[in-house]
Design a protein around this ligand. Structure first.
Ligand code: GCV
Length: 697
């Protein structure tokens, strides 16, 4: 006989309390909160018991509208489903199927998966379907994740400061852990599970060895205990020199047996506290972090040594390819490829190499990283930045979906049909390890991400990590409906604002493929004139190379030849300014200011046009938002309106300061109709922001 369980009255009360409508919306509920109707306590039964299934049942009871069919949650191999035709293979371990069915003579909505986690994902998919206006009478949802690791990287320090974080202090209160488990930890896990995220790296890649000591392992274990039922595994960033700093060894050389033994013992200790610990993320020999190169060993030597420590427990290592050496005069954009491509085939089978979306550093636009497609024998995990270090921090509205999509959809040129997405899902090369990592934009701000629209970036990251084939526009709509409700005027306006927003930031910070023009250290505001920092590649002038005659970084054969790192069809396209997309033009080419573009404008005219367009877009977004005043709760409307005013002021600042500088270099006038900068160049150069957030000190 089928064992049926049902939520008791306590669960119902808790669910109703959470669902009561708020007078003002502080954004705490994310996409799961404000727009949802109060649930009608539709019966939800489940055939086997687990904390994960209880969560799934609670979510459905909390939110399913009146009139919904009763729901049955059951594992695909449950005897009760014997008569149903369910393709178990298609479910994988985390996939789901949601459909109307008659089971035991009862008409139900069946939510099934091979695992309880699959069922939880199915429950969230059902609610998403209904929230987004899906037909309640016609439910047939099925999906399985395309990547195995869908993982947030927190750059959270043990003192609570978040590197490049703009949403307050770290969510993790290390001081009160492991005793106090802030209820927010479960809310964080719930939000992640709702979009399919299944892992979190708790600490900054600029890691401290202390995070591997017994007290901090206990704290991480307490978080893992909260996250487990939501299917979220905990990972730690490992400091490569930890055997010296906390292990009393004289070396961290990965080839030294004592070092390997230390890591093995450390991994055993972690797994005793966290049996499902995911593994390590490592930033090595990059920006001052220690690594195997300190001992003349390779990145593969370092990664494999750690990999063998976690292997017996089923753990993995994510080894970052974000390297550039202070001693290497080579174009910074080439260095990761130069170092890692020859190592293809040398990594252990539980190592993934983690590659940023572009070859420099999370700029508002970068061409895809040339390592994608160049290391077929190695699983590559893509790293995106959700927090907006270079896109206006928390205040600027920049929906990153189109940026993620642009990279994921990029053909690598290595093989017919191969894209970045097919590489990172493992499909291109038959890897079972695969994944997408996002540098989190989550902090202790009440609205988690510093603004309502930043929540959309967390959302779209999770959804694209689940399925990189989804459209960023469809996901913007999906997020907007769940966040603001179904008013078509709100949704149409919000989606239109979102879809243009990232390009606006590109336009007013660095159009036509310009990059890294940011002020020193904190990266807040423009600094294209900066030229006095110790290392060449720290200076914006290194990236734009502007002089009286022209502008841009020549990465063709006459310059650094970085184009040759791409597969031949892509390399050919980027080698010629006539076939390089305008968006990437100055990334690959140094061109005269009067270079004629296909539309007849000069390069200078087009540049100014784009700066102006960016500023105008922000003004347009602000005007669009104003039309929604009576349709959105006052709290979220006002905060967004204020942030758009800040963005408008700062877009103008970016445009004016940049143009003032370019004119000081090229001696040209502004094209007719374009406004003169508000101030002289010296004004912009002397601005200082000593306490800009997110900047490590
Ligand atoms: C965690 C950039 C950021 C750093 C960051 C680094 C990285 O350089 O400015 O704050 O360090 O990327 O990704 O390791």
């Amino acid at each position: 006989m089928m064992l049926i369980r049902r939520l008791g009255p306590l669960w119902t009360c808790a669910a109703l309390a959470l669902a009561s409508p708020a007078l003002a919306d502080d954004g705490y509920g994310l996409w799961l909160g404000s727009a949802r109707e109060q649930g009608a306590s539709v019966p939800v039964d489940w055939t086997s018991d687990s904390p994960t299934l209880r969560i799934a049942a609670e979510e459905l009871r909390r939110s399913l509208p009146a009139g919904s069919r009763p729901v049955l949650l059951a594992r695909a191999d449950d005897a009760a489903l014997a008569g149903q035709r369910i393709d178990r293979q298609a479910l994988g371990t985390e996939g789901y199927r949601v459909q109307h069915a008659t089971i035991g003579g009862r008409a139900v909505t069946l939510v099934t998966g091979a695992t309880d986690l699959g069922i939880l994902y199915g429950a969230f998919a059902l609610l998403r379907h209904l929230d987004s206006g899906g037909d309640p009478a016609n439910i047939a949802l099925a999906s399985a994740p395309q990547t195995r690791l869908r993982i947030l990287n927190h750059w959270d320090n043990l003192d609570g400061v978040v590197e490049r974080g703009y949403s307050g202090q770290s969510l993790w209160d290390w001081w009160t852990l492991p005793d106090f488990k802030d209820p927010r930890y479960a809310d964080y896990a719930r939000a992640n599970a709702s979009i399919g995220i299944n892992g979190t790296v708790l600490n900054n890649v600029n890691a401290k060895a202390e995070s591997l000591t017994a007290p901090y392992i206990a704290k991480a274990a307490a978080l893992a205990d909260v996250f487990r039922a939501y299917g979220i595994k905990v990972y730690l960033s490992a400091r490569f020199s930890a055997p010296i700093e906390i292990g009393g060894l004289k070396t961290a050389d990965p080839r030294d047996p004592a070092v390997a033994a230390w890591w093995k013992a450390k991994a055993d200790e972690i797994y005793r506290a966290i049996p499902d610990f995911g593994g390590f993320l490592v930033k090595a020999n990059s920006e001052g972090q220690p690594g195997p190169r300190d001992y003349g060993a390779s990145h593969a030597d370092g990664a494999n040594m750690l990999a063998s420590a976690v292997k017996p427990h089923g753990g993995i290592v994510m080894w970052r390819a974000f390297v550039y050496a202070d001693t290497d005069p080579e174009d910074r954009a080439k260095q990761a490829y130069t170092e890692f491509e020859p190592l293809d085939g040398q990594f252990a089978d539980n190592v993934l190499v983690q590659v940023k979306n572009g070859a420099i550093d999370f700029q508002p636009r970068e061409p895809f990283h040339p390592l994608f497609g160049a290391m077929p024998k190695t699983p590559l995990i893509a790293e995106f930045q959700i927090t907006k270090e270079y896109l206006g921090f928390a205040t600027h509205l920049a929906y990153l979906g189109p940026m993620f999509e642009e990279v994921l959809d990029a053909p690598t040129g290595a093989r017919r049909g191969e894209t970045v997405a097919s590489v990172i899902t493992g499909k291109a090369d038959g890897h079972t390890l695969s994944g997408m990592a996002g540098v989190a934009n989550i902090g202790r701000d009440r609205d988690w991400s510093g603004s309502t629209f930043n929540q959309a970036n967390w959302y779209v990251f999770g959804r694209l990590a689940w399925d990189p084939g989804l459209s960023s526009q469809a996901l913007a709509r999906e997020w907007a409906v769940q966040t603001f409700g179904s008013d078509p005027m709100v949704i149409g306006t919000v989606v239109a604002m979102m879809m243009r927003s990232r390009e606006a930031v590109v336009d007013y910070t660095g159009p036509l493929g310009l990059a890294h023009l940011f002020a020193t250290g904190h990266h807040y505001g423009p600094g294209p004139w900066v030229s006095d920092l110790a290392r060449p590649e720290w200076n914006p002038v290194y990236y734009h190379r502007a002089d009286r005659n022209g502008i841009g970084f020549d990465r063709t054969r006459t310059g650094s030849n970085a184009v040759a790192q791409y597969a031949p069809p892509i390399a050919r396209r980027y080698a010629d300014p006539r076939t390089t997309p305008l968006e990437d033009l100055l990334w690959f080419h140094h061109l005269p200011w009067d270079y004629r573009l296909a539309d007849g404008r000069t390069l200078w005219e087009e540049m100014v046009r784009r700066y102006d367009r960016g500023v105008a877009e922000v003004a347009a977004m602000r005007a669009q938002w104003a039309t929604l005043k009576s349709r959105i709760d006052a709290e979220r409307w006002t905060k967004t309106d204020t942030f758009l005013a800040i963005q408008q002021r700062e877009a103008r600042w970016w445009r004016d300061a940049s143009l003032a500088y370019w004119m000081s270099v090229n001696g040209l006038e502004l094209p007719a109709g374009s406004k003169a900068p508000e101030h002289g160049l010296e004004h912009y150069k002397q601005l200082r922001f000593p306490y800009a957030p997110g900047n490590p000190h």
